[in-house]
Ligand binder design. Structure first.
Ligand SMILES: [Zn+2]
Ligand SMILES: [Zn+2]
Length: 346
């Protein structure tokens, strides 16, 4: 009798508890691909899952920002073959429900996702449908690991469609905020101003193309008014902090857009003046997850319009998942931007 092949994986076994375990290597069925994971980015979602939010069911192998190479392809796979470098869109949808039939696949009523409801990328291998796999030729596998978070930015830009030469203001220069800033520039915004309390992040924001990078302080509004007397065509936040969202309309130029991009607490509320929205022709936009926008994300990476190399601050093996989640819980403190889990590391 031969023992089943096993692989190492980081598993959330109960709320707040991550363990490294040996699991069977998954077999790709018809139309499915097995990926040998190169790197999986750690994201705020992983922290929510660790605490049992987002309907998490345990045991769960988290990790949804996955890149790797095709290890095996099941029958009927057409788009990739063994050895191809790839990245994944982790979201699976039914194609039949109200949302899917309107092309809003990320709102599928029967939504499943690798690393959220299905085994994800904090493991040596993962399996998913070929339709979720995108060839990543011309990119490093580190770059390819950003397809999902950058795909979220790409969906935001697809919603926003900034007018060429727009000015933009972004609160929050964490990994997502810095991707958002670059996505705004790649989408035609001429100058993007970033605000964040952490100096290292502001330095990085300038390096990556921010026109100004400012610390929040009591006179910030005056400082912004001095720089941009008419306000910004686009104001956005990648903080999830309700008070930041509340302050955006006042900083937005007439006819401008407010983009709510961060994940605020579910029960949080803010006060807005309907009169202000009305009299200044403002638009408030939400942007949730990604929707068929991995190709745009990959194109931004290939063209060099979005640079993700400087966002990678830590690279840990599967044993480092717990440490990585702890860094996520204290943003800015550990100097962490994007932490990549690389199963190949000891
Ligand atoms: Zn994510
Ligand atoms: Zn559906």
């Amino acid at each position: 009798m031969t023992a089943a092949r096993t692989m190492p994986a980081a598993v959330i076994t109960a709320p707040g508890r991550v363990e490294q375990r040996e699991l069977p290597v998954p077999e790709p069925g018809p139309g499915q691909v097995r990926i040998r994971v190169h790197a999986t980015g750690v994201c705020g979602t992983d922290l929510h899952l660790l605490h049992g939010h987002f309907g998490a069911r345990f045991p769960l192998v988290p990790g949804h920002e996955i890149s790797g190479t095709v290890d095996a392809a099941g029958p009927g796979v057409l788009n990739v073959r063994e050895g191809d470098p790839v990245t994944l869109d982790p979201n699976l949808y039914c194609g039949q429900c109200h949302a899917c039939q309107r092309g809003l696949f990320q709102h599928c009523e029967h939504h499943e996702a690798l690393g959220v409801t299905l085994p994800g990328g904090f493991a040596a291998f993962t399996v998913c449908p070929a339709s979720n796999v995108y060839p990543a030729h011309g990119l490093s596998l580190d770059q390819a690991a950003f397809a999902e978070p950058l795909g979220c930015v790409a969906w935001g830009m697809t919603r926003l469609r900034p007018r060429p030469g727009s000015t933009a203001l972004v609160f929050g220069a964490g990994a997502i905020g810095l991707l958002l800033m670059q996505g705004l520039r790649a989408s035609g915004c001429s100058r993007v101003v970033m605000v964040d309390p952490v100096q290292d992040r502001l330095d990085l924001a300038r390096t990556l193309g921010a026109a100004h990078a400012l610390t929040p302080h009591a006179e910030l509004t005056d400082e912004l008014r001095d720089l941009f007397p008419h306000g910004f065509d686009v104001t956005a936040e990648a903080t999830g902090v309700p008070s930041v969202v509340q302050g955006l309309p006042a900083l937005t130029a007439i006819g401008g857009h407010v983009l709510v991009f961060g994940v605020a607490p579910e029960d949080a509320t803010v006060t807005v003046s309907p009169y202000e929205l009305f009299v200044r022709d403002l638009t408030v936009l939400g942007s949730f997850a990604l929707n068929q926008t991995v190709p745009l994300a990959l194109e931004w990476l290939r063209s060099g319009q979005v640079n993700v190399g400087p966002l990678i601050t830590h690279r840990l093996g599967l044993g480092g998942v717990e440490d990585a989640l702890n860094m996520k819980a204290r943003p800015g403190l550990a100097g962490a931007q994007k932490v990549l889990i690389t199963p190949g590391l000891a």
